[in-house]
Design a protein around this ligand. Sequence first.
Ligand SMILES: Cc1cc2nc3c(=O)[nH]c(=O)nc-3n(C[C@H](O)[C@H](O)[C@H](O)COP(=O)(O)OP(=O)(O)OC[C@H]3O[C@@H](n4cnc5c(N)ncnc54)[C@H](O)[C@@H]3O)c2cc1C
Length: 393
Amino acid sequence: MRHIVDIDLSPEDLQFQEEVQAFLTDNAYAHGEDYNAWRMKWFKLAREKGGWDIPKWPVEFGGPGWTPTQHYIWEKETAAANIPWDLPFGLSMLAPVLMNYGNKEQQDRFLPDIRDRKVNWCQGYSEPGAGSDLANLKTKAVLADDGTHYTVNGTKIWTTLAHIADWIFCLTRTDDSGIKQEGITFLLFPMKQEGVEVKPIITLGGSHSVNMVHFTDVKVPVENRVGEENKGWTYAKGLLQHERTGLAGISKSLVALEKLKEQARSVKRGNGTLLDEPSFRTKVAELEVDLLASEFTELRSLASAAAGSDPGPESSILKLKGTEIQQRIQKLTVEAGGLFSSAWGALPVGPGFARAGMSGYLASRAYTIYGGASEVQKDVIAKNVLGIKKSGS
Ligand SMILES: Cc1cc2nc3c(=O)[nH]c(=O)nc-3n(C[C@H](O)[C@H](O)[C@H](O)COP(=O)(O)OP(=O)(O)OC[C@H]3O[C@@H](n4cnc5c(N)ncnc54)[C@H](O)[C@@H]3O)c2cc1C
């Protein structure tokens, strides 16, 4: 695969790159192998390499302590390889919150199971009436008089994989007397218990990944509260920045762009191929230029992460551009499939990529909504990156 950003790697980095390539080749999934057994073995071996199973975790929690360039190499190499699936909720979203704001007991209790991929987490943020305006959330948590537990009542919506999750990290309202952001509390509790009801929501592409979740008198021990009561907004915001950085998928888009070109080359047009057609070629070129710019932004973000900073508001630039790019790739894949793309769901006709193209395209409509809609990212960028104040303020 061609790397768009051309950075000179030092001899040490080249050696690291070879080591990563060798690891990925030696431990690639073999056709017919038990997938789950391979997946668990892969993480075990990655762990034995010195924290390669948790590349983004800090050294004190077992992470590898890579330089930004090493992270960049890892992202590139793993984007092109077939590595085991992994969910972001525990690993990339809750873990940093526990590391920064959880107490030692909570870190010892939850982080090992997250690392071992033993417990699936889901994210209970959005509610009917609280999406972009998340601080408007109404799910109530009431502390018992004896201070031992909270009782939670309310409804969450769009909760991804709630139906397979063991635990939820959940934003709840503990005070509604002041400004909205100040009465929110961050709670952790099991999903498989009385009072938790999960209802599926089937999305445009016909799949079940999101849910509506109702809580009725769910008891949550007070030791499952992260940080202080009413301070959950601060912790929740930090998590969103990690979520946004993770959603950009720049390295994966680089791989997908090359695949798109290959697909377009396989479609005959006159004496040439679809990729030779000026209008299609121009769209691919524009995409490639935007991808290059986003890759540089990602490198900046990696550099600040390696220097120990949390991802800042620039994670909104990555989320905005990265997800738009993913959507444009999906759209061009449908365009390349032409009429055959509309046969999605029916018997296979035309090139193989045309069928998968449409379901990918439909699913991609959500990319610019979840993790904070594009319009909201633009607000964050205007305020916190460009320093533009609202008129009148
Ligand atoms: C597939 C999928 C998976 C999801 N998974 C999860 C999950 O696991 N956990 C979870 O908690 N949430 C999840 N979400 C919810 C997601 O975070 C919200 O959908 C998102 O924040 C938008 O909120 P909303 O749906 O309430 O839309 P709204 O906030 O009502 O927005 C509607 C429209 O108004 C626009 N708008 C809103 N405010 C502004 C503004 N200030 N300026 C300009 N335009 C504005 C929006 O951009 C959007 O176009 C998921 C959503 C989807 C689609």
